[in-house]
Design a binder for this molecule. Structure first.
Ligand code: NAD
Ligand code: DAU
Length: 332
């Protein structure tokens, strides 16, 4: 099996590459990545070069993506602009990569009759009230809030249209908030952990009531592989591990695990249009494909993540100042 992983040098894509490398030793993996500010070849360093190759290219490059898709059996598509705050500041790269890039992949998949798994987000469904008894299911209507989530929603619609109109072999997954190693320091958990490690305060948006449904990135990887191998063509599966927590709770856990008191917590300007709550009902994936998350103890997973950032300062230091300078411009 030759598998092409777009965005395989980013956070979730590189974790998937490591997962697959161990789980399917007879597969050949090709990582296809433009190495934007969020991509880092160090994330996939140390893997056997006879089993993992790398193409440095943009998914919007029609000729490059066409050639890469022609050479593989299946594509798992992670490449995206992924950060909401960036999309509020500068939406165009989100439209270009997430919509046009996905379109290019779909056209190559159609031309070469290959199998595609499209990786998407729970944010396409908009947000829930704090006391809403319902969770997101594959039947929840799309209602995205930000340039990021609307561009991901558009990409999902393109995939469904290509399945129905052209009969391509594709599946979609929508996952909740991931945490774990190799996540860029712009995102909530790594930003706070590396702030403490750099002697800076934690930056909490608004009152911290917003709820995210946390899942360890390795559980996301096992969900994607299960869908790739056993999922029904044309279907959408939601991936989540029942990990709902509000931001203040997570900030307090980070403070406690890193031995800091409340004086390290700073309230900053809220994100415009900030989604209140995400929550995933993953029963379709569990019942139909027998998937179960492995990392059900969030405190243990968070501690392991804190340890990873503590031990890998050389990995995140080069991103830190530039990231905080961007946040300073946004007043957050
Ligand atoms: P990331 O920003 O860490 O990584 C994105 C990767 O894509 C980087 O390696 C980057 O270089 C590459 N890339 C960006 N634009 C590209 C382009 N035009 N051509 C080729 N490569 C390009 O993102 P992430 O957090 O790892 O998210 C990966 C995927 O998972 C995205 O599709 C995202 O929407 C989805 N997702 C993320 C989460 C989350 O919690 N982070 C949750 C659910 C779904
Ligand atoms: O739900 C899946 C989505 O999760 C993915 O599709 C996105 O790619 C991913 O970035 C993530 O989106 P969020 O916007 O939820 O993640 P982020 O880490 O940016 O923020 C998580 C929560 O923490 C959110 O409520 C905003 C808040 N926050 C974030 C940062 C960076 C803070 O309070 N302080 C911060 O410094």
């Amino acid at each position: 099996m030759n598998i092409l992983v777009t965005g395989g040098a980013g956070f979730i894509g590189s974790n998937f590459v490591h997962y697959l490398y161990n789980a399917r030793p007879d597969w050949h993996i090709t990582v296809y990545d433009a190495l934007t500010y969020a991509g880092n070849k160090a994330n996939i360093a140390g893997l056997d070069a006879s089993r993992v190759s790398f193409i440095h290219a943009n998914i919007c490059d029609e000729a490059a993506i066409d050639a890469a898709v022609a050479d593989c059996d299946v594509v798992v598509h992670y490449a995206a602009e992924s950060h909401n705050d960036n999309s509020l500041h500068s939406p165009w790269p989100f439209v270009e990569t997430n919509i046009i890039g996905t379109y290019r992949i779909l056209e190559a998949i159609r031309k070469h009759s290959k199998r595609l798994h499209h990786v998407s987000t729970d944010e396409v469904y908009g947000d829930l009230e704090l006391d809403d008894p319902a969770k997101f299911t594959p039947d929840t209507p799309y209602n995205p809030s930000s340039p990021y989530s609307s561009s991901k929603a558009a990409s999902d619609h393109l995939v469904r249209a290509w399945v129905r109109s052209f009969g391509i072999q594709a599946t979609i997954s929508n996952c909740s908030n991931n945490y774990g190693p190799y996540q860029h320091v712009e995102k909530m958990i790594p930003r706070q952990v590396t702030n403490i490690l750099s002697g800076q305060k934690l930056k909490l948006y608004g009152a911290g009531e917003n709820v995210r449904d946390w899942i360890h990135t390795e559980d996301h990887s096992s969900g994607v592989l299960a869908i790739l191998e056993k999922g029904r063509i044309g279907e959408t599966y939601l991936i989540g591990a029942d990990g709902e927590k509000n931001n203040l709770e997570v900030f307090n856990m980070i403070l406690r695990l890193m031995g800091k008191d409340q004086s390290w917590l700073e309230h900053v300007n809220d994100r415009p249009g900030h989604d209140m709550r995400y929550a995933i009902d993953s029963s379709k994936l569990r019942q139909e494909l027998g998937w179960e998350p492995k990392y059900t103890d969030f405190t243990a997973g968070l501690q392991a993540t804190i340890d990873w950032y503590t031990e890998n300062q050389a990995w995140w230091q080069p991103q830190k100042d530039e990231t905080e300078a961007k946040y300073q411009e946004l007043g957050r």
